[in-house]
Design a protein around this ligand. Structure first.
Ligand code: SF4
Length: 448
Protein backbone atom coordinates (compact mmCIF):
# COMPACT_ATOMS: atom_id res chain seq x y z
CA UNK A 1 0.00 0.00 0.00
CA UNK A 2 1.61 3.31 -1.03
CA UNK A 3 2.26 5.65 1.82
CA UNK A 4 4.31 8.73 2.55
CA UNK A 5 6.49 9.06 5.62
CA UNK A 6 5.92 12.27 7.54
CA UNK A 7 8.18 14.18 9.87
CA UNK A 8 6.16 12.97 12.83
CA UNK A 9 7.10 9.43 11.90
CA UNK A 10 3.48 8.64 10.97
CA UNK A 11 2.50 7.97 7.40
CA UNK A 12 -0.36 9.18 5.24
CA UNK A 13 -2.22 6.60 3.17
CA UNK A 14 -2.07 7.51 -0.51
CA UNK A 15 -4.29 4.69 -1.74
CA UNK A 16 -7.66 5.87 -3.16
CA UNK A 17 -10.40 4.81 -0.76
CA UNK A 18 -12.88 2.07 -1.53
CA UNK A 19 -16.39 3.44 -1.94
CA UNK A 20 -17.49 1.65 1.24
CA UNK A 21 -14.93 3.72 3.17
CA UNK A 22 -16.11 6.99 1.69
CA UNK A 23 -17.86 9.31 4.10
CA UNK A 24 -19.34 11.20 1.13
CA UNK A 25 -17.78 14.55 1.84
CA UNK A 26 -17.74 15.77 -1.70
CA UNK A 27 -14.61 17.49 -2.92
CA UNK A 28 -16.30 18.88 -6.03
CA UNK A 29 -19.44 20.86 -6.71
CA UNK A 30 -22.40 19.36 -8.59
CA UNK A 31 -20.69 17.72 -11.57
CA UNK A 32 -23.30 18.94 -14.04
CA UNK A 33 -21.93 22.45 -13.55
CA UNK A 34 -18.97 21.51 -15.74
CA UNK A 35 -21.06 20.76 -18.81
CA UNK A 36 -23.33 23.70 -18.07
CA UNK A 37 -20.33 26.05 -17.86
CA UNK A 38 -19.04 24.91 -21.25
CA UNK A 39 -22.39 25.01 -23.04
CA UNK A 40 -23.58 28.32 -21.58
CA UNK A 41 -20.58 30.03 -23.13
CA UNK A 42 -21.22 28.79 -26.67
CA UNK A 43 -23.00 31.34 -28.83
CA UNK A 44 -25.84 29.81 -30.82
CA UNK A 45 -26.33 26.98 -28.32
CA UNK A 46 -29.28 26.78 -25.93
CA UNK A 47 -28.67 24.70 -22.76
CA UNK A 48 -31.62 22.60 -21.61
CA UNK A 49 -31.21 21.20 -18.12
CA UNK A 50 -33.41 18.33 -16.97
CA UNK A 51 -33.36 17.83 -13.21
CA UNK A 52 -35.18 18.28 -9.93
CA UNK A 53 -36.02 21.85 -8.95
CA UNK A 54 -33.49 21.95 -6.11
CA UNK A 55 -30.67 20.96 -8.46
CA UNK A 56 -31.77 23.53 -11.01
CA UNK A 57 -31.86 26.28 -8.42
CA UNK A 58 -28.27 25.59 -7.37
CA UNK A 59 -26.95 25.19 -10.90
CA UNK A 60 -28.75 28.29 -12.17
CA UNK A 61 -27.33 30.31 -9.28
CA UNK A 62 -23.76 29.12 -9.61
CA UNK A 63 -23.61 29.40 -13.41
CA UNK A 64 -24.80 33.01 -13.29
CA UNK A 65 -22.48 33.70 -10.37
CA UNK A 66 -19.72 32.75 -12.82
CA UNK A 67 -20.96 35.45 -15.19
CA UNK A 68 -22.83 33.40 -17.70
CA UNK A 69 -25.02 35.72 -19.73
CA UNK A 70 -27.74 33.45 -21.01
CA UNK A 71 -30.72 31.76 -19.37
CA UNK A 72 -31.08 28.03 -18.78
CA UNK A 73 -34.16 26.39 -20.28
CA UNK A 74 -35.66 23.69 -18.13
CA UNK A 75 -38.83 21.74 -17.49
CA UNK A 76 -39.51 22.65 -13.87
CA UNK A 77 -40.03 19.20 -12.37
CA UNK A 78 -41.35 18.57 -8.90
CA UNK A 79 -40.63 15.24 -7.26
CA UNK A 80 -44.14 14.03 -8.12
CA UNK A 81 -43.78 15.05 -11.78
CA UNK A 82 -40.41 13.31 -11.97
CA UNK A 83 -42.04 9.97 -11.22
CA UNK A 84 -45.47 10.48 -12.77
CA UNK A 85 -44.74 12.31 -16.02
CA UNK A 86 -43.44 10.90 -19.29
CA UNK A 87 -40.18 12.79 -19.00
CA UNK A 88 -38.98 12.05 -22.50
CA UNK A 89 -42.16 13.49 -24.05
CA UNK A 90 -41.95 16.53 -21.81
CA UNK A 91 -38.35 17.23 -22.81
CA UNK A 92 -39.14 16.75 -26.51
CA UNK A 93 -41.97 19.30 -26.09
CA UNK A 94 -39.53 21.81 -24.60
CA UNK A 95 -36.99 21.24 -27.36
CA UNK A 96 -39.68 21.95 -29.97
CA UNK A 97 -40.61 25.18 -28.18
CA UNK A 98 -36.97 26.31 -28.12
CA UNK A 99 -36.57 25.54 -31.82
CA UNK A 100 -39.78 27.42 -32.63
CA UNK A 101 -38.85 30.52 -30.66
CA UNK A 102 -35.06 30.70 -31.06
CA UNK A 103 -34.10 28.42 -33.94
CA UNK A 104 -30.60 27.92 -32.47
CA UNK A 105 -27.76 26.04 -34.12
CA UNK A 106 -27.53 23.60 -31.21
CA UNK A 107 -29.45 22.52 -28.13
CA UNK A 108 -27.53 20.66 -25.41
CA UNK A 109 -29.84 18.51 -23.29
CA UNK A 110 -28.18 17.74 -19.96
CA UNK A 111 -29.73 15.07 -17.74
CA UNK A 112 -29.02 15.26 -14.00
CA UNK A 113 -29.20 12.62 -11.25
CA UNK A 114 -32.94 12.24 -10.71
CA UNK A 115 -34.28 12.12 -14.30
CA UNK A 116 -31.61 9.55 -15.15
CA UNK A 117 -33.21 7.20 -12.65
CA UNK A 118 -36.84 8.07 -13.32
CA UNK A 119 -37.30 7.33 -16.98
CA UNK A 120 -35.68 9.98 -19.18
CA UNK A 121 -34.57 8.34 -22.43
CA UNK A 122 -32.11 10.72 -24.07
CA UNK A 123 -31.61 8.26 -26.93
CA UNK A 124 -35.22 8.89 -27.99
CA UNK A 125 -34.67 12.62 -28.51
CA UNK A 126 -34.60 13.77 -32.14
CA UNK A 127 -31.05 14.23 -33.49
CA UNK A 128 -32.00 17.33 -35.41
CA UNK A 129 -35.02 19.61 -35.83
CA UNK A 130 -34.73 21.90 -38.83
CA UNK A 131 -31.23 23.32 -38.61
CA UNK A 132 -30.95 22.66 -34.85
CA UNK A 133 -28.66 19.85 -33.66
CA UNK A 134 -29.95 18.25 -30.44
CA UNK A 135 -26.99 16.98 -28.42
CA UNK A 136 -27.60 14.75 -25.38
CA UNK A 137 -25.24 15.01 -22.39
CA UNK A 138 -25.63 12.60 -19.48
CA UNK A 139 -24.07 14.11 -16.37
CA UNK A 140 -25.51 12.40 -13.26
CA UNK A 141 -23.10 12.59 -10.33
CA UNK A 142 -22.97 8.80 -9.98
CA UNK A 143 -21.67 8.47 -13.55
CA UNK A 144 -19.56 11.61 -13.85
CA UNK A 145 -17.94 12.17 -10.46
CA UNK A 146 -16.45 15.65 -10.93
CA UNK A 147 -17.46 18.84 -12.69
CA UNK A 148 -14.12 18.72 -14.50
CA UNK A 149 -15.12 15.44 -16.14
CA UNK A 150 -18.53 16.89 -17.04
CA UNK A 151 -16.69 19.49 -19.17
CA UNK A 152 -15.22 16.50 -21.00
CA UNK A 153 -18.72 15.09 -21.54
CA UNK A 154 -19.89 18.39 -23.09
CA UNK A 155 -16.94 18.88 -25.44
CA UNK A 156 -16.75 15.23 -26.51
CA UNK A 157 -20.47 15.03 -27.24
CA UNK A 158 -20.29 18.06 -29.54
CA UNK A 159 -17.22 16.70 -31.35
CA UNK A 160 -18.90 13.30 -31.63
CA UNK A 161 -21.82 14.93 -33.41
CA UNK A 162 -19.43 16.74 -35.77
CA UNK A 163 -17.93 13.33 -36.65
CA UNK A 164 -21.32 11.69 -37.14
CA UNK A 165 -22.41 14.49 -39.46
CA UNK A 166 -19.21 14.24 -41.47
CA UNK A 167 -19.62 10.48 -41.80
CA UNK A 168 -23.27 10.90 -42.87
CA UNK A 169 -22.15 13.35 -45.56
CA UNK A 170 -19.39 10.97 -46.70
CA UNK A 171 -16.67 13.43 -45.68
CA UNK A 172 -13.36 12.29 -44.20
CA UNK A 173 -10.27 14.20 -43.17
CA UNK A 174 -8.24 12.25 -45.82
CA UNK A 175 -5.21 12.53 -43.57
CA UNK A 176 -5.03 16.29 -44.25
CA UNK A 177 -4.68 17.13 -40.58
CA UNK A 178 -2.70 20.22 -39.75
CA UNK A 179 -1.83 22.44 -36.80
CA UNK A 180 -2.48 22.29 -33.09
CA UNK A 181 -5.75 22.35 -31.13
CA UNK A 182 -5.60 23.22 -27.46
CA UNK A 183 -8.07 21.58 -25.08
CA UNK A 184 -8.61 22.86 -21.54
CA UNK A 185 -9.82 26.03 -19.85
CA UNK A 186 -6.79 28.24 -19.23
CA UNK A 187 -6.17 31.93 -18.61
CA UNK A 188 -6.94 33.85 -21.84
CA UNK A 189 -3.34 34.93 -22.46
CA UNK A 190 -2.02 31.35 -22.21
CA UNK A 191 -3.16 30.20 -25.68
CA UNK A 192 -1.70 33.43 -27.10
CA UNK A 193 1.71 32.74 -25.53
CA UNK A 194 1.48 29.14 -26.65
CA UNK A 195 0.62 30.20 -30.20
CA UNK A 196 3.74 32.39 -30.34
CA UNK A 197 6.00 29.60 -29.02
CA UNK A 198 4.72 26.89 -31.36
CA UNK A 199 4.79 29.26 -34.35
CA UNK A 200 8.60 29.25 -33.94
CA UNK A 201 8.41 25.56 -34.82
CA UNK A 202 6.22 26.32 -37.83
CA UNK A 203 3.14 24.95 -36.04
CA UNK A 204 -0.16 26.81 -36.37
CA UNK A 205 -2.43 27.07 -33.35
CA UNK A 206 -5.81 26.30 -34.94
CA UNK A 207 -8.18 26.64 -32.01
CA UNK A 208 -8.65 26.38 -28.27
CA UNK A 209 -11.58 24.56 -26.62
CA UNK A 210 -13.85 25.25 -24.79
CA UNK A 211 -14.68 28.14 -27.13
CA UNK A 212 -17.61 30.50 -27.58
CA UNK A 213 -17.83 29.83 -31.32
CA UNK A 214 -19.42 26.58 -32.42
CA UNK A 215 -17.12 26.67 -35.46
CA UNK A 216 -14.14 25.94 -33.16
CA UNK A 217 -15.66 22.52 -32.40
CA UNK A 218 -15.72 21.80 -36.13
CA UNK A 219 -12.14 23.01 -36.47
CA UNK A 220 -10.50 21.02 -33.64
CA UNK A 221 -10.86 17.62 -35.40
CA UNK A 222 -8.83 19.02 -38.33
CA UNK A 223 -5.73 19.49 -36.15
CA UNK A 224 -2.81 17.08 -36.36
CA UNK A 225 -2.21 17.23 -32.61
CA UNK A 226 -4.48 18.12 -29.68
CA UNK A 227 -2.71 19.53 -26.62
CA UNK A 228 -4.69 18.22 -23.65
CA UNK A 229 -3.64 20.97 -21.23
CA UNK A 230 -5.86 19.45 -18.56
CA UNK A 231 -5.70 15.74 -17.88
CA UNK A 232 -9.35 14.68 -17.61
CA UNK A 233 -10.47 14.92 -21.26
CA UNK A 234 -10.45 11.16 -21.92
CA UNK A 235 -13.73 11.16 -23.87
CA UNK A 236 -12.61 14.11 -25.97
CA UNK A 237 -9.31 12.35 -26.76
CA UNK A 238 -11.29 9.31 -27.93
CA UNK A 239 -13.48 11.41 -30.25
CA UNK A 240 -10.52 13.38 -31.65
CA UNK A 241 -8.61 10.14 -32.10
CA UNK A 242 -11.37 8.86 -34.36
CA UNK A 243 -10.43 11.69 -36.76
CA UNK A 244 -6.73 10.76 -36.50
CA UNK A 245 -5.82 13.62 -34.14
CA UNK A 246 -2.93 12.67 -31.79
CA UNK A 247 -3.16 13.72 -28.12
CA UNK A 248 -0.28 15.49 -26.43
CA UNK A 249 -0.54 15.35 -22.62
CA UNK A 250 0.82 17.61 -19.88
CA UNK A 251 1.64 21.26 -20.64
CA UNK A 252 4.62 23.63 -21.00
CA UNK A 253 4.76 24.54 -17.31
CA UNK A 254 8.08 25.08 -15.53
CA UNK A 255 11.45 24.72 -17.26
CA UNK A 256 11.51 20.92 -17.48
CA UNK A 257 7.87 20.74 -18.48
CA UNK A 258 8.36 23.32 -21.22
CA UNK A 259 11.34 21.48 -22.66
CA UNK A 260 9.72 18.05 -22.73
CA UNK A 261 6.35 19.34 -23.97
CA UNK A 262 7.87 21.19 -26.94
CA UNK A 263 10.08 18.19 -27.77
CA UNK A 264 7.07 15.86 -27.69
CA UNK A 265 5.09 18.25 -29.86
CA UNK A 266 7.90 18.25 -32.40
CA UNK A 267 7.92 14.46 -32.43
CA UNK A 268 4.15 14.20 -32.98
CA UNK A 269 4.35 16.85 -35.69
CA UNK A 270 7.26 14.93 -37.29
CA UNK A 271 9.47 18.02 -37.37
CA UNK A 272 13.27 17.95 -37.76
CA UNK A 273 14.78 17.08 -34.40
CA UNK A 274 17.80 19.48 -34.23
CA UNK A 275 15.62 22.55 -34.82
CA UNK A 276 13.02 21.43 -32.30
CA UNK A 277 15.72 20.65 -29.77
CA UNK A 278 17.10 24.20 -30.13
CA UNK A 279 13.68 25.87 -29.76
CA UNK A 280 12.69 23.67 -26.80
CA UNK A 281 15.98 24.48 -25.13
CA UNK A 282 15.59 28.23 -25.67
CA UNK A 283 12.00 28.35 -24.38
CA UNK A 284 12.94 26.23 -21.35
CA UNK A 285 15.86 28.58 -20.65
CA UNK A 286 13.47 31.57 -20.65
CA UNK A 287 11.37 29.79 -18.01
CA UNK A 288 14.49 28.92 -16.01
CA UNK A 289 15.58 32.59 -16.09
CA UNK A 290 12.19 33.64 -14.73
CA UNK A 291 12.42 30.96 -12.05
CA UNK A 292 15.85 32.28 -11.02
CA UNK A 293 14.27 35.69 -10.40
CA UNK A 294 11.10 34.47 -8.72
CA UNK A 295 11.70 32.15 -5.79
CA UNK A 296 9.69 30.51 -3.05
CA UNK A 297 12.61 28.70 -1.44
CA UNK A 298 11.68 26.67 1.60
CA UNK A 299 7.97 27.55 1.57
CA UNK A 300 5.98 24.47 2.54
CA UNK A 301 2.94 24.40 0.32
CA UNK A 302 -0.06 22.04 0.27
CA UNK A 303 -2.07 21.82 -2.97
CA UNK A 304 -5.50 20.23 -2.71
CA UNK A 305 -7.72 20.93 -5.68
CA UNK A 306 -10.21 18.97 -7.76
CA UNK A 307 -9.60 19.40 -11.48
CA UNK A 308 -6.22 17.84 -12.25
CA UNK A 309 -4.28 20.97 -13.14
CA UNK A 310 -2.95 20.85 -9.55
CA UNK A 311 -0.19 18.57 -10.84
CA UNK A 312 1.11 21.25 -13.20
CA UNK A 313 0.93 23.92 -10.51
CA UNK A 314 2.82 21.61 -8.13
CA UNK A 315 5.58 21.18 -10.72
CA UNK A 316 5.93 24.95 -11.04
CA UNK A 317 6.00 25.48 -7.29
CA UNK A 318 8.66 22.79 -6.87
CA UNK A 319 10.84 24.36 -9.54
CA UNK A 320 10.42 27.74 -7.82
CA UNK A 321 12.01 26.21 -4.70
CA UNK A 322 8.88 25.51 -2.65
CA UNK A 323 8.61 22.30 -0.65
CA UNK A 324 5.41 20.80 -2.04
CA UNK A 325 4.32 18.59 0.87
CA UNK A 326 1.06 17.18 -0.54
CA UNK A 327 -0.92 17.24 -3.81
CA UNK A 328 -4.46 15.90 -4.10
CA UNK A 329 -7.11 16.03 -6.78
CA UNK A 330 -10.66 14.78 -7.31
CA UNK A 331 -10.05 13.35 -10.76
CA UNK A 332 -8.83 9.82 -11.37
CA UNK A 333 -5.35 8.79 -12.45
CA UNK A 334 -5.15 8.15 -16.19
CA UNK A 335 -3.21 8.73 -19.40
CA UNK A 336 -3.52 12.52 -19.03
CA UNK A 337 -1.85 12.53 -15.60
CA UNK A 338 0.82 9.89 -16.29
CA UNK A 339 3.82 12.11 -17.06
CA UNK A 340 3.16 14.74 -14.41
CA UNK A 341 2.41 12.14 -11.73
CA UNK A 342 5.66 10.32 -12.54
CA UNK A 343 7.59 13.62 -12.38
CA UNK A 344 6.16 14.46 -8.95
CA UNK A 345 6.66 10.93 -7.59
CA UNK A 346 10.29 10.91 -8.71
CA UNK A 347 10.71 13.87 -6.39
CA UNK A 348 8.91 12.11 -3.54
CA UNK A 349 5.98 14.53 -3.60
CA UNK A 350 2.90 12.84 -2.07
CA UNK A 351 0.11 12.66 -4.65
CA UNK A 352 -3.46 11.45 -4.21
CA UNK A 353 -6.15 10.95 -6.86
CA UNK A 354 -9.92 10.70 -6.20
CA UNK A 355 -9.32 12.16 -2.77
CA UNK A 356 -11.92 12.77 -0.10
CA UNK A 357 -12.19 15.89 2.01
CA UNK A 358 -11.00 13.78 4.96
CA UNK A 359 -7.74 13.00 3.13
CA UNK A 360 -7.04 16.71 2.81
CA UNK A 361 -7.89 17.29 6.48
CA UNK A 362 -5.54 14.51 7.51
CA UNK A 363 -2.76 15.99 5.38
CA UNK A 364 -3.39 19.46 6.83
CA UNK A 365 -3.00 18.04 10.33
CA UNK A 366 0.13 16.11 9.53
CA UNK A 367 1.99 18.39 7.14
CA UNK A 368 1.59 21.75 8.93
CA UNK A 369 2.02 23.74 5.69
CA UNK A 370 2.97 27.43 5.46
CA UNK A 371 0.46 27.90 2.65
CA UNK A 372 -2.62 26.01 1.41
CA UNK A 373 -3.92 26.34 -2.14
CA UNK A 374 -7.03 24.24 -2.23
CA UNK A 375 -10.70 23.66 -2.84
CA UNK A 376 -13.01 25.99 -0.92
CA UNK A 377 -13.70 23.51 1.88
CA UNK A 378 -10.06 22.82 2.80
CA UNK A 379 -8.95 26.45 2.45
CA UNK A 380 -11.74 27.41 4.85
CA UNK A 381 -10.43 24.93 7.44
CA UNK A 382 -6.87 26.20 6.97
CA UNK A 383 -7.97 29.82 7.41
CA UNK A 384 -9.72 28.93 10.64
CA UNK A 385 -6.33 27.73 11.87
CA UNK A 386 -4.61 30.97 10.83
CA UNK A 387 -2.78 29.36 7.90
CA UNK A 388 -2.56 31.50 4.75
CA UNK A 389 -4.92 29.74 2.35
CA UNK A 390 -6.63 30.52 -0.94
CA UNK A 391 -9.14 28.92 -3.27
CA UNK A 392 -7.31 27.12 -6.06
CA UNK A 393 -9.63 28.00 -8.93
CA UNK A 394 -9.88 31.73 -8.29
CA UNK A 395 -6.17 32.21 -7.64
CA UNK A 396 -4.37 29.69 -9.85
CA UNK A 397 -6.82 29.22 -12.72
CA UNK A 398 -7.26 33.02 -12.79
CA UNK A 399 -3.61 33.55 -13.79
CA UNK A 400 -1.34 32.49 -16.64
CA UNK A 401 0.73 29.38 -15.98
CA UNK A 402 2.25 28.37 -19.33
CA UNK A 403 5.82 29.05 -20.51
CA UNK A 404 7.97 31.90 -19.15
CA UNK A 405 4.98 34.24 -18.79
CA UNK A 406 3.41 31.79 -16.34
CA UNK A 407 6.08 32.03 -13.66
CA UNK A 408 6.07 35.50 -12.14
CA UNK A 409 2.28 36.06 -11.68
CA UNK A 410 1.84 32.85 -9.67
CA UNK A 411 5.03 33.17 -7.62
CA UNK A 412 4.21 36.83 -6.85
CA UNK A 413 0.71 35.85 -5.81
CA UNK A 414 2.00 33.15 -3.44
CA UNK A 415 4.43 35.68 -1.93
CA UNK A 416 1.61 38.17 -1.45
CA UNK A 417 -0.54 35.61 0.35
CA UNK A 418 2.36 34.57 2.58
CA UNK A 419 3.09 38.21 3.42
CA UNK A 420 -0.41 38.40 4.94
CA UNK A 421 0.29 35.80 7.63
CA UNK A 422 -0.53 38.29 10.39
CA UNK A 423 -3.88 39.09 8.82
CA UNK A 424 -4.76 35.39 8.72
CA UNK A 425 -3.75 35.03 12.38
CA UNK A 426 -5.71 38.12 13.37
CA UNK A 427 -8.76 36.68 11.63
CA UNK A 428 -8.30 33.38 13.46
CA UNK A 429 -8.03 35.18 16.78
CA UNK A 430 -10.97 37.45 16.03
CA UNK A 431 -13.22 34.47 15.32
CA UNK A 432 -11.73 32.37 18.12
CA UNK A 433 -15.02 32.43 20.03
CA UNK A 434 -16.76 30.56 17.23
CA UNK A 435 -16.67 26.84 17.93
CA UNK A 436 -15.87 24.08 15.47
CA UNK A 437 -19.47 23.73 14.34
CA UNK A 438 -19.58 27.40 13.50
CA UNK A 439 -22.01 28.05 16.35
CA UNK A 440 -21.27 31.28 18.15
CA UNK A 441 -20.72 30.55 21.84
CA UNK A 442 -21.04 34.14 22.96
CA UNK A 443 -21.75 37.45 21.22
CA UNK A 444 -18.81 38.83 19.26
CA UNK A 445 -17.31 42.00 20.68
CA UNK A 446 -16.65 44.27 17.73
CA UNK A 447 -16.04 47.46 19.65
CA UNK A 448 -19.09 49.53 18.69
S1 SF4 B 1 -28.60 15.62 -6.93
FE1 SF4 B 1 -27.10 15.35 -8.63
S2 SF4 B 1 -27.74 16.88 -10.16
FE2 SF4 B 1 -28.70 17.45 -8.24
S3 SF4 B 1 -27.28 18.94 -7.31
FE3 SF4 B 1 -26.78 16.89 -6.49
S4 SF4 B 1 -25.15 16.12 -7.80
FE4 SF4 B 1 -26.12 17.81 -8.90
Amino acid sequence: MPSEELKSGRSINLTPKESSECSMHSATMCPAFGSLRVTMRIEGLVPVLVGAVGCLYGLDFVSHFYASNKPIVSPSLTTRELVETDLTDKVIGIIKEVVEHENPQMIAVMSLCTPETSGLHLELLPRKLGRTEIIPMRVPAYGVPTHAEAKDVAISQIIKRVGENMAAEGKTSDGQLDGLAVIGEVFPTDPVQLGVAVSRMGVRLRTALPHKDISAYYDAPKAKVAAMLHPFYDRTVKELNSFGVQPLYSAPVGAEGTYSWLKNLGLLMQLPNPEIEAIADEEAQKVADELDQNRLDGVKIMIAGYEGSELLFARLMHEAGAKVCYVSTSIKEGPGTKDDAAWLRRRNIPLLFRKRHEDDLEALDEMAPDLVVGSSNIEAVAKRRGIPAVYYTNIVAGRPILLAAGVRPLVDQMKLILSQLNTYRNMRDFFADVDDDDHVREPLKVGI
